[in-house]
Design a protein around this ligand. Sequence first.
Ligand code: MLT
Length: 362
Amino acid sequence: MPLPGLPSVDPVSNIGEDHTPSLRFMTFVGRITTMARIAVTDGMAKDAVALLEQAGHEVMLGPIPAEDLAAGALGEFDAIIVRSATKLPADVIAASGDRLAVIGRAGVGVDNIDIIAAASVGIPVVNAPRASTQSVVELTIGHLLSSIRHIPRSDRGMRDGKWEKKAMKGTELSGKNLGLIGFGRIAQGVGAVAQALGMTVHTYDPYLPPKVAKAQNTTLHKKVETLFSNCTHISVHCNLNDETHHLVDAKRLALMPGRSIDGIACGNHVVNCARGGIIDEEALLAALNQGTIASAALDVFEIEPVPQSSPLLQHQNFHGTPHIGAATLEAQARVGRDIAHAIMSVLDGGTCETTVNAHLLK
Ligand code: MLT
């Protein structure tokens, strides 16, 4: 069931990634723009830039300062393509004037864009939801393995001249319960690899048709609490929104069993390669300090870049990466190509199946 006080159907902020094809695949007709000026503010693969230029569009590469955006800098563009660094809140969209015809998110998460404000002025927001799936799956498995085999800690020790063979005794993933929060494409990919490694997969996703979980041989929990109480390993795979903010908190972390179904005292392990803010980092740190959590691995943080003063960075059972889930040559090539085609489709007055605010556009 959705958490109390929340709508039972929320096609944009669904907890997993994509269980509402009928809404996501709605189409609309955009404004027709032949030679467009396109701002690409957070970088994009060269081939994707070339695709846009070969189609006759002018591409302006480089960040636009937040104060310029707020002052209406987008009024000079027909389209903007962002990743996660550029923030497009309601005031920036309102200040953009009449010219801006489409916003592209070169990636999955649109939490940095006010898609409702965009829809209210007729601007579709398109993303590239499938392009980075495999890369994020692989990073998640990498973090899980790194945690339970103490790979970052061993490396840090060796650099300090330590050979801590005994202290680095780990556990296997095989025989353990993995709890996936959200069960969209990425979580399903993680689940498949985890099952191949001998894990039993559980999930919490209030928007998931039960038959999807069944088809993946996965136990679907109606309450997130029972996911925590059944799993020694938790990985986050949902969007960040009001419903999921601090979904992983002190109370829920405290429910994790610490001992696996195969009887091994493996401790509890948490990974997040989805979005910062879904895990309450203060609660996570406290759980690490208390030993409730044996390890935590984050690719995403409540504040990015994570401040160097963050105590998490000092904890020996923590390791992190700087939001690199989609940062592979393969994913970036696919993301760039997909978003370039999506943008051009809208600029040509056509349809785009990855318009995340299609249901809000008049
Ligand atoms: C995404 O939402 O696509 C990923 O977090 C990667 C990114 O922000 O670039």
